[in-house]
Design a protein around this ligand. Structure first.
Ligand SMILES: Nc1ncnc2c1ncn2[C@@H]1O[C@H](COP(=O)(O)OP(=O)(O)OP(=O)(O)O)[C@@H](O)[C@H]1O
Length: 274
């Protein structure tokens, strides 16, 4: 059977939050995600951009099965995320892993880095202890970390190195998809560039699909093949990254582009591979 070119498909997905005081007469209804549809192709980097509050993180969390949705459907590698049962969650995590913005908060400070990376493998029953140790060392190397990192604690590392640890941990279970929610936003610009290069290299080597959430169009421009622009829970623009950034058709995208210094001429990178 031919596998579909699309690995993630959202169809008319909505998510509403009630906010405001429990005792207020009129709780405020926030349409965080207001009927969005898009597909992500296997092996591509798909960007979700928009200003703060536009619904990017809610979308990412719904794709990951961490946030329920009110209506619509989300299919990830053939799995209906809306119908994930408790027992399916583990299997789902082997397909899709997440990397968050804050590498400080994401790592348990009491665990050694080697144990942090090996934990997912242990939970998923991958290899025995010896094999897991070997794989931890290979992952450290692949993510540009020294091998003695395995025996050290997260606090001994810089922000960029911690994000490398988070990426190694995500890759440990050999997922097909990484959802990266503002993965470089907390880092210095020079460190950002190194992490982006690492992500590009890993994608090439492992054939990964990335969903990349960012408010920074310069970063998105460097990494993403295609993107959607979100505003108030809706998609206002979609298309190949260069087209959207250099020839935006929506006023909102134009405002985002104008607010971002994007180096010229465009320094994009590698042929998209599927
Ligand atoms: N758990 C929640 N309870 C109430 N409102 C929420 C909740 N999560 C998100 N929202 C609201 O939904 C809207 C979209 O939020 P979301 O975090 O998805 O946006 P975002 O584009 O990722 O913003 P940011 O970049 O600041 O994270 C916002 O108005 C937010 O306040």
């Amino acid at each position: 059977m031919m596998s579909s070119p699309d690995i993630i498909t959202l169809n008319n997905v909505r998510r509403t939050f009630r906010s405001g005081h429990t005792f207020s007469w009129r709780p405020r209804i926030v349409k965080a995600v207001d009927g969005i549809s898009f597909s992500v192709r296997r092996g591509e980097t798909f960007g979700i951009v928009g200003e703060s509050g536009s619904g990017k993180s809610t979308t990412a969390r719904m794709i990951c099965g961490l946030e329920r949705f009110d209506s619509g459907s989300i299919i990830v590698d053939g799995i209906d995320v809306g119908r994930l049962r408790r027992g399916d969650r583990l299997k789902f995590r082997k397909i899709l892993q997440l990397v968050f913005q804050d590498p400080y908060a994401a790592l348990n400070p009491h665990w050694k880095v080697g144990d942090l990376i090996a934990e997912g493998m242990r939970v998923h029953g991958i290899g025995d202890r010896r094999e897991r140790r070997k794989r931890v060392l290979a992952l450290l190397d692949q993510c540009g970390l020294p091998s003695d990192a395995a025996n050290r604690y997260p606090f001994e590392f810089s922000g960029g190195q911690r994000q490398r640890i988070c990426i190694a941990r995500a890759l440990a279970v050999e997922p097909r998809i990484l959802v990266l929610d503002e993965p470089v936003s907390a880092l210095d610009v020079s460190i950002q560039a190194q992490i982006l290069i690492l992500l590009q290299t890993l994608q090439r080597e492992l054939g990964l699909t990335y969903v990349f959430i960012s408010h920074n169009l310069a970063v998105v421009e460097q990494l993403c093949d295609r993107l959607i622009v979100m505003k108030s829970g809706r998609i206002v623009e979609t298309g190949p990254t260069e087209e959207v950034i250099h020839y935006p058709s929506h006023e909102y995208t134009r405002t985002l582009v104008e607010a971002t210094p994007i180096p010229e001429p465009s320094r994009r990178r590698r042929p998209a591979h599927v």
